[in-house]
Design a protein around this ligand. Structure first.
Ligand SMILES: Nc1ncnc2c1ncn2[C@@H]1O[C@H](COP(=O)(O)OP(=O)(O)OP(=O)(O)O)[C@@H](O)[C@H]1O
Length: 524
């Protein structure tokens, strides 16, 4: 009975001639081994032996021809059958901070391996079983509660295999033992094949059914018989770090080296921008696994792009440009006593045209590029650095579905909306400025002449409103794509996240200026 349940819910993990290299170093020579179904396998190894890399390969997070890590061979389920779902409990938990604990688990249930079958239990039952508070925000949970939530989320997605990445790291001995017995208990209750990758053998060997040692000398995964477990400490030698080759002390770098590196950085940035531009139409096809989750992510990004604080930016900017454009045009009109009666109608038309077609669109899109581009690059960068993007992938979701597509949609909706707010403010302050400076003239005079040229026909492409919309949408899509791809680049540190924000601000503002420059040639 137990065997048949395990046969349905879990699978063995079979490695066939798995070979792994990181740069010039071989971490694993071709190795074949089996991690038995429905059991706990503990994988131990010295620091730097390659445990985390192997774990990420098993989770399907490293493509075969990754730039930094290359691997060959194959990974299958029992008897060579393909694995459908490998779950992972990340060392840093990788929870979705913007969702409640209940929603984190519901997300996993809604994206479980086989949606034609009813879920094993409800989100509330998972949280009750693992003793996680339901309504406390994720950020306010304790470390232990976050880990239990991460386990609940992983199991709720119904994986055949569950990987645990250093589950006791940073814990004292007593808390480590509690985590070990939690892993044992959930494994017994749900019968999943479990793989625990750790250097904390003392705490985790007691729950192991099977032990593999990542032997850094032989570069093999070696099964260790229970009678030999006591020899594990001597066999877990830390790997000596290689001497640094990439970075030399700055004083040794010649000016030529620095400029060459700058040129490479520039080419790298522009090269990846071109790759991103080519991939964009494919990545942006809205293939949402669950529409309601797509809408939820859209709401999150709409709030980030066009929330109340963005309105304040655009209102302030509209006030400045609307006031300055109107007040100083009349103030510095030469011989105004004579010229103003002749020119006033045309001047109002010119002010309206300039604000509507050029000044507000340029100013609004630059502000949106800087503020909203940075906000989205930060959001995606943190998700990348905190492994939330990896978590999406192991839950069977392409990150483009719930990140790129909602981000583009948020910018396509948000950019024209914000620009409209900026223009409404600019025209209101223009009318007020004109009325205060010309109390003798009826307000409808400003109304008629300010709007007289806004929607004039211009050449082959429709009216002014459509040109404005075209610029807004083109800028919005470009800002969205740059912020997303910059945020998604691999991140090794918090510094990489901040670099991606800076690069996003630089590239999005440049892109926006380019769009206005190119469209101006067609428009006028
Ligand atoms: N993205 C990467 N690019 C290049 N080399 C990498 C990358 N990730 C890991 N490595 C290299 O692979 C080797 C193994 O790293 P890994 O993090 O898997 O070790 P580990 O066994 O998990 O060690 P620890 O227990 O100390 O975390 C290291 O030499 C590391 O420098």
């Amino acid at each position: 009975m137990e065997a048949s349940m395990q046969g349905e819910t879990s699978a063995a993990l079979e490695l066939h001639e798995l070979q792994v290299r990181a740069g010039s170093r071989t971490l694993l020579e071709p190795t074949s081994t089996t991690l038995p179904a429905g059991k706990i396998t503990v994988v131990v190894g010295g620091s730097g032996a390659g445990k985390s890399v192997v774990l990420r390969i098993l989770a399907g997070l490293i493509p075969r021809h990754d730039a930094a890590i290359q691997w060959s061979g194959s990974i299958t389920g029992s008897q060579g059958k393909p694995l459908r779902r490998v779950g992972i409990v990340f060392q840093q938990f990788a929870l979705f901070d913007e969702l409640s604990p209940l929603m984190n688990v519901q997300f996993a249930i809604d994206h479980r391996r086989d949606r034609s079958k009813p879920p094993e239990q409800s989100a509330q039952q998972w949280l009750d079983e693992l003793r996680v508070p339901t309504r406390t925000p994720v950020a306010a949970l304790s470390g232990g509660q976050k880990q239990r939530l991460a386990i609940a989320r992983t199991l709720a997605a119904d994986p055949e295999v569950v990987l645990y990445d250093e589950p006791t790291s940073g814990l004292d001995a007593a808390s480590g033992r509690q985590v070990a017995s939690l892993i044992r208990r959930t494994q017994q209750t749900h019968g999943r094949t479990s793989v625990v990758v750790t250097h904390d053998y003392e705490t985790l060997l007691p729950i192991a059914d099977h032990v593999l040692l990542l032997d850094s000398e032989r570069r093999q995964l070696v099964a260790v018989d229970p009678s030999d477990w006591k020899s594990i400490p001597e066999r877990m030698q830390p790997v000596a770090t290689e001497p640094p080759t990439a970075t030399e002390p700055p004083r040794l770098q010649s000016l030529i080296d620095i400029s060459r590196r700058g040129a490479f950085d520039f080419l790298d940035a522009s090269g990846s921008a071109i790759v991103a531009a080519v991939r964009l139409p494919w990545d942006a096809i809205p293939r949402l696994p669950r529409v309601q989750w797509g809408l939820r992510f859209l709401t999150h990004y709409l709030n980030l792009v066009a929330g109340p604080s963005a309105w304040i930016y655009l209102i302030m900017a509209g006030l400045i440009v609307g006031f300055a454009g109107t007040h100083f045009t009349f103030r510095y009109l030469p011989f105004s006593v004579y010229t103003k009666p002749l020119l006033i109608e045309d001047l109002l038309a010119a002010i309206g045209f300039a604000l509507y077609r050029i000044l507000v669109p340029v100013m609004a899109t630059i502000l949106i590029a800087a503020r909203c581009g940075a906000a989205v690059a930060a959001d995606v960068g943190v998700k990348r650095y905190g492994s939330q993007v990896d978590a999406l992938q192991t839950l069977g979701v392409r990150p483009t579905a719930y990140l790129l597509v909602p981000i583009i949609a948020a910018f396509v909706i948000g950019t024209p909306l914000l620009e409209w707010v900026g223009f409404q403010t600019a025209q209101w302050i223009s009318m007020l400025t004109f009325a205060i400076n010309h109390p003798q003239i009826n307000a409808s005079f400003w109304q008629v002449h300010f709007h007289s040229q806004l929607h004039s026909e211009s050449g082959w492409f429709a009216t002014g409103a459509q040109w404005v919309l075209l610029k807004n949408v083109a800028c919005g899509i470009g800002i969205a794509a740059i912020a997303y791809y910059r945020g998604m680049r691999p991140k090794q540190s918090a510094g990489d996240v901040s670099d991606s924000i800076t690069a996003t601000v630089l590239w999005t503002t440049l892109f926006v200026l380019l769009v206005h420059f190119v469209v101006a040639f067609l428009e006028f």
